[in-house]
Design a protein around this ligand. Structure first.
Ligand SMILES: Nc1ncnc2c1ncn2[C@@H]1O[C@H](COP(=O)(O)OP(=O)(O)O)[C@@H](O)[C@H]1O
Ligand SMILES: [Mg+2]
Length: 234
């Protein structure tokens, strides 16, 4: 199986703080990999390092076989990597339509992807003229993911999409991410272990800035000791 993303032993500093001290992550083409770990472990910093917002000082990142570390963030995005940050970063005063149009990388992207997006998120079609700020938390999260689907992306980095959402909305989101992964590979940060185990085929556990375990999700769900040690859930 080939990897669309190969992160090897990256070290990232924020100011003087050595935040990532050796993180390696691999995402199989067409697969979903989940980053697990406690609060403050370095999951968000890993995504931000990949997309170039906190560029790693050491280590390598290959996308589609080509090195991308050291490039500008917009340059990395242009290669076909979408980033959905924590906390539903959408434009609250702009309509759903405007939010989607502004996500275009090339003119016409939205028109090309509209059917696919509205098929995944039918609510967004219904709410298309409403301001983003009027949407429920779940709808805003769907809009945030939909924005990353507007340009021709081959990999999505999605940070804690289920955070703060009601169980029924989380189920809808799981179904949508499952379906979109037939078109685009996904690296997901997910604190909710049940959600993570439903979605991902592979996992990487990050602890105190290090990747400490990785493998098949099917093996992790059996490994209660590993889950207890690093995630603190039974
Ligand atoms: N801007 C920053 N300045 C200083 N420390 C930071 C900054 N951003 C994150 N950190 C620290 O880096 C560590 C990893 O943070 P983060 O990647 O956000 O963790 P996670 O997403 O796993 O919760 C934490 O200890 C956090 O306090
Ligand atoms: Mg985080």
């Amino acid at each position: 199986m080939s990897s669309i993303l190969e992160v090897r032993d990256i070290h990232t500093f924020i100011g003087q703080f050595h935040i990532l001290e050796g993180v390696s992550v691999s995402v199989t083409t067409g697969g979903i990999t989940v980053l697990l770990g406690r609060n403050g472990a370095g999951k968000t910093t890993t995504l931000r390092s990949i997309i170039g917002l906190t560029p790693p000082a050491r280590g390598s990142i290959h996308f589609d076989g080509k090195p991308i570390q050291g490039r500008q963030s917009h340059n990395i995005a242009q290669l076909g990597i979408g980033y959905v940050p924590e906390h539903r970063a959408i434009f609250r005063s702009l309509s759903v339509r405007e939010n989607l149009q502004l996500a275009e990388r090339r003119s016409g992207d939205f028109a090309r992807k509209a059917d696919f997006i509205f098929d995944l998120f039918p609510d967004l079609k219904r709410l298309i003229e409403l301001p983003g700020g009027n949407l429920s938390g779940g709808q805003q999260q769907m809009l945030a993911v939909a924005r990353a689907l507007v340009p021709e992306n081959r990999l999505l980095l999605i940070d804690e999409p289920s955070e703060g959402l009601a169980p029924v909305i989380i189920e809808q989101l799981i179904a949508a991410i499952q379906r979109l992964s037939s078109q685009v590979s996904v690296l997901l940060v997910e604190q909710n272990f049940r959600v993570a185990s439903k979605l991902a085929q592979s996992y990487v556990i990050i602890d105190e800035g290090h990747s400490v375990a990785a493998g098949a999700m099917a093996d992790l769900v059996q490994d209660k000791a590993l889950i207890q040690r690093y995630l603190g859930v039974a």
